[in-house]
Design a protein around this ligand. Sequence first.
Ligand code: COA
Ligand code: AMP
Length: 632
Amino acid sequence: MKYSELYQDSINHKEAFWAKQATAINWLKHPTNTLSVNEKGFYQWFTDGELNMSALCLDDHIAAGRGNEVALIYDSPVTLIVQHFTYNELTHLVSKFAGGLTKLGITKGDTVVIYMPMIPQAVIAMLACARIGAIHSVVFGGFAPHELAMRIDDAKPKAIVTASYGLEVDKVIHYKHLVDKAIDEANHKPSYTILYRRTNGNDTINHANEIDFETLINQSEPVNFVAVEATHPLYILYTSGTTGTPKGIVRDTGGYATALKFSMTHFYNAKESDVFWAASDVGWVVGHSYIVYGPLLNGCATVLYEGKPVKTPDSGGFWRVIEQHKVNLMFTAPTAIRAIKKEDDEGIILKQYDLSSLRTLFLAGERLDPATFSWIKNLLQKPVIDHWWQTESGWPMIGIMMGVEQFEAKSGSAGLPVCGYDIQILSEEGEKLGPNQEGFVTIQLPLPPGCLPTLWNNDERFRKGYLEHFLGYYLTGDGGYKDEDGYFYIMGRIDDVINVAGHRLSTGEMEELIAAHPSVAECAVLGIADELRGQRPIALVVIKDGIECIEEILENELVALIREKIGAVAVFKNAVVVKRLPKTRSGKILRKTIRHIADGLAYNIPSTIEYPESLTEIELKLSSRKLGNAFQ
Ligand code: COA
Ligand code: AMP
């Protein structure tokens, strides 16, 4: 079937379309109710179906006689370990760890936080939770204890699973120590800390509620999977919103499994036994969907890479993995490609590797800029596919559906709408905009299966943040337009969220932290262009009256504060002191105007502005510090 026919079918006959896609997975009880609305007024998929995600990812392949095929390839250039796990081996470990969790009293509906580096034990822990119906919440290891503590307080886990340390190129990140600090800070105290002790970790088990990961596996009996309802949460994944409190994106089981299976075949064009590699982290949605659940659901071998695009040991790291493991499909972020380009612009290192196994390179996480697109496409001479989605959707929303019809990608565009997503560009007033008119990127409800049904413990925030801006539409938070051929161009966030090296961060949260500094009266944090990372945050800070402080010292304190509270991944390096922030008479900081000054874009001075002279001051300050696109 042609893409246009399949897409129209998915929009015009939603229920029949998804009922058909649901037959591609092995339900324990096949659903008869495809789409419904619950008592809160939220859409739900496959409510009367029952299934188990761990069974779909593991046991079903064994039942199909594929137990000796490779399921997981762990490749760790930082420890020089390469390890293969067959479906039989992975299932054995997962069911024993699930037995261990059960022994600790963890059962269906309990929550478990996983804070781990990129090691197989993270995948085992996730699948073990899924096996017994426990709801996992994986927290990215780059987040500082304060961030972890907030997530612990919201998810209220019975257990937290961690490891001795992670390796960031040559830096050792002591996860156990960070977990201890987070638990100290959190109000909720998990009953158990399960610790995977890595070689040379020197960790000791100190308290009765600290459990050794390996001992727990070795001393537990394997347990079978339990049937869960399609609407049962598989996981909570926290993501940055516009305030300091992260949002717990809830993922159901049945809709997600259906959507992931569909995306593996129809979007990524993955075949059973393909080697699929998403070079991301299990702490991000890409890791959940395309390191763990998607590839395993589809019977692929998935690669878990504990390394970087550069420096582990060099810019050939990615190409070495493709050659060594015969990777067929790869997924990474444009920032990783830019990092490689910086070190190997001529592709001299790249050309030393045999990349013949690779069929397609998929990129997401931030806009794929035309320069990076043409550089990598020319060197690889293979399709390079940008695709746009977010933690909330769980799977691609715009891109080229390589398993349906292999269109040529257009440089600068994220592609065409994926089946199930009725994407509309709306004006501020909610009118549908025509080709080449930029506006709010929205999705007409209902969202397809797999997308968030709500936020953890916060239906109101879900309603307010996503559904109330334009009634009948889901607000994605991005701005963009489509061209006359229907290709979409995603131009960036329209809220207080920025994307730093493919990591989603909240400027609102940084503002809250900076504003709490004793010398700071108020501040505005904005994303400025960064050659490598796409964006990075800087702050404009107004000092309290009567306080004397040296700009450089304050800057250093604020840099240290953000590093301590959010983590080094925020890449916060500059705070610029100004006398005033530009505001409307009602007190609203003119953030968009400030962004435009930094980016060197034309801007209108609103008639309601209170301190027009503050605009000139910001321009002068940014230019003297060479901060922002306009002044670099
Ligand atoms: N745990 C602890 N610290 C981490 C971390 C983790 N998992 N990930 C990053 N950090 C730290 C880094 O060590 C660095 O610390 P430093 O300031 O002390 O040097 C800081 O956070 C900033 O990291 P980053 O922005 O990643 O810079 P980098 O120079 O280390 O690496 C890239 C640059 C481009 C190679 C890297 O950002 C990258 O691979 N990006 C791709 C991201 C990605 O795949 N995202 C997933 C979306 S699909
Ligand atoms: P996350 O939830 O961390 O996956 O971040 C989602 C956000 O990243 C989106 O809302 C976009 O702002 C941005 N993003 C992701 N992929 C793309 C893409 N291909 N093009 C442009 N922006 C993207």
